[in-house]
Design a protein around this ligand. Structure first.
Ligand code: MG
Length: 230
């Protein structure tokens, strides 16, 4: 259970946390391989195998998240393909009510994503949620991915926050581990980042959020108690 009186900043990951990861999984695992297959005269299965090994080669680096890298690598216009599929971009349940409740309670709220700035722009544009964050940050501006050593310290120069009074919510375990190593005190994972796939198994390093409504209730109750006490 979170003690909201000890938290004044909440950092949200974007894909798989605020937004349904289904868009990204579908995009990279089905949509791009299909277009690549046509381009190269391969079967969909051959294209999938080829792409999977290319993805594995850069996972955990900024290139993995970089649309320019993949456009060059695959000779496909990746931003245009994302635009074509934008109708699949969707918020996770109760994400927006939770973010709005946090700001009503005076918390500083930021979106911190590994997504490329173009991807961030497309998703903000499609969902209309940009205005609900005090700040929106792409890790590309720092030349480091969120799971790379030094990212969370570097972030403080552009966006001042107190790690000991900060909650980070992110569906990536490597990101959560790195944030913990750099002093962020409160950390939560996501139980089911992709609505079309099974929930992730529970693990003991980080508590998982199933529905934002669950911790939102705690937030409101906590502040009401604070008011009653004086
Ligand atoms: Mg994520």
């Amino acid at each position: 259970m979170l003690n909201w009186n000890t938290i004044d900043t909440v950092l949200f990951d974007m894909d798989g946390t605020v937004l349904d990861l289904h868009f990204d999984n579908y995009f990279w695992e089905e949509f791009v391989p299909a277009r690549y297959a046509v381009l190269k005269g391969l079967s969909q299965q051959e294209a999938s195998i080829l792409l999977r090994s290319q993805y594995a080669g850069v996972k955990g680096t900024l290139d993995w998240y970089c649309l320019d890298f993949w456009s060059a690598q695959l000779a496909l216009d990746i931003p245009a393909l994302k635009e074509e599929l934008r109708h699949k971009i969707a918020l996770r349940p109760n994400a927006l009510p939770f973010i709005m409740a946090l700001r009503r309670q005076g918390k500083q709220v930021a979106l911190v994503t590994n997504a490329h700035p173009d991807s961030l722009r497309l998703k903000m544009d499609h969902t209309g949620i940009a205005e609900h964050f005090d700040h929106r940050i792409s890790s590309h501006d720092f030349g480091l991915a969120k799971e790379n050593a030094g990212f969370w310290q570097a972030l403080r120069q552009q966006f001042p926050y107190e790690p000991g009074r900060t909650l980070l919510i992110d569906d990536s375990l490597p990101v959560l581990h790195q944030a913990r190593a750099e002093g962020i005190a409160h950390l939560r994972a996501i139980r089911q980042p992709d609505s079309q796939r099974d929930a992730l198994p529970a693990q003991h390093s980080f508590a998982q959020i199933d529905d934002f409504a669950d911790i939102m209730t705690g937030l409101v109750t906590c502040n009401e108690q604070g008011t009653t006490q004086g």
